[in-house]
Ligand binder design. Sequence first.
Ligand SMILES: [Cu+2]
Length: 112
Amino acid sequence: MNERFLISTLFLGLVALAVPAVAQETVVIAVEKYAFSPAEITIRPGTLVRWENREKRQYHSVFFEQLGDKPGDYFFPGESRERVFNVPGSFPYICEPHWQSHGMKGVVHVKE
Ligand SMILES: [Cu+2]
């Protein structure tokens, strides 16, 4: 290992340390009592949204048909689903088993 290599390696190491990791914004939506709360949110691009099932025993889904989701991805109490929204727009979603019976739906607005 020559000296030049060593110095450039050290330099790169310092640069890596100097660039802080960008903290990702996270928004949590509670899935409880057959509802998403809040059901409507507005976030900035790059935000991670996490839906947490806080029921005692009921499963739900977070189904974005327009984003090409496959149906049937149910998640149970204590489980969650996450999605990062990078593109501006409005993205409606439903819980497939309960959107008709309980009006269980929501929308994510992504704005710059
Ligand atoms: Cu549901």
